[in-house]
Ligand binder design. Sequence first.
Ligand code: SF4
Length: 363
Amino acid sequence: MVQIKIAKGNNKSLYKVICLVGDMFIPKRIVFEKNSLEFEMGKNIFSKFKDNDNIEIIKLNSNKLKQHIPGNDLFAQYREGKRTLVVGTKKTLRFQSCKPSAHYQLPLISGCMGQCEYCYLNTQLGDKPFVKVYANIDDILNEAQKYINQRLPDITIFEGSATSDPIPVEPYTHSLEKSIDFFAKNPNARFRFVTKYNDIESLLNLEHNGHTEIRFSINTSFVINKYEHFTASSDKRIEAAIKVAQSSYPVGFLIAPIFIYPSWKEDYHDLLLELSSKLPNNLKYPVTFEIISHRYTTIAKNRILKVFPESELPMNDEERKFKYGQFGYGKYVYQNEIISEIKEFFTKNIEELFKNKKVKYII
Ligand code: SF4
């Protein structure tokens, strides 16, 4: 189904129009890095789009990728980058650690088509906001096997969404499909990823063996409509989560970031109520919850305000508490009494509304 989703831009009179099929990513340009067309994924993406007049196809002979993405400032580069798909290969096969979510990141994709104002990728990916998919998936999974072997007999957990949302490009890459299949056959490894999208149909009938946990990042409609541009609606994400649960995958919800606004308790309660009433009663695995309150660093704030000059994200330093994080830099979090209120609220409501559940953390 083709749908046109129109979202208000952050430029007074600018309205952005983006074409989505379902919530699949339709890029404006596709850049093929050197060697990427030697791989099956590269060839498939090329043949799928080569005759589409609306999409610019660029074959790179050098490493000068950025000159093909227009834009004189961060505002424009961000918007053009977000509509650019880069097909490349993962050359350094050294996996980053990914605590506390997993032991290692599984580097399938970097970047995301979404334009969430608070997104940590805004600082993480700097001036490279494009979506990059790695065509040498077999090399990546072979490398994962080496990491698994090193930790035997312990189980090794891999996170597939540390620097991306992998779902919108899955119809082109099948990277998740291959990974789910790989981990299903592996008794000593687990895979997990999180998404704000709903294009999960191709994953439903896979033999996963319960080794892949699919989490959905959800929020109240107020938060989604205000800050999460070009993502799937709350209803679509919940509908996708139900389908995944019905396919016996372990399912989790990342409710983040939690924002405090006048009707926050009512809205988050309604969200939890909707989830509890729609999730199947006979879940094979406990549904997991990860709850994260809104926080920001000064670097992130400055960058967000350049990319979204009219952002209404609550980032008034005086209203927050400054806290040094585990990585050595400080961030602005909600005041202690508000964090306590958030913890109390979610602990109580999840306890009352869900039977088979596990709250991993509320921070
Ligand atoms: Fe960032 Fe996730 Fe939004 Fe993508 S969907 S922009 S990864 S927060």
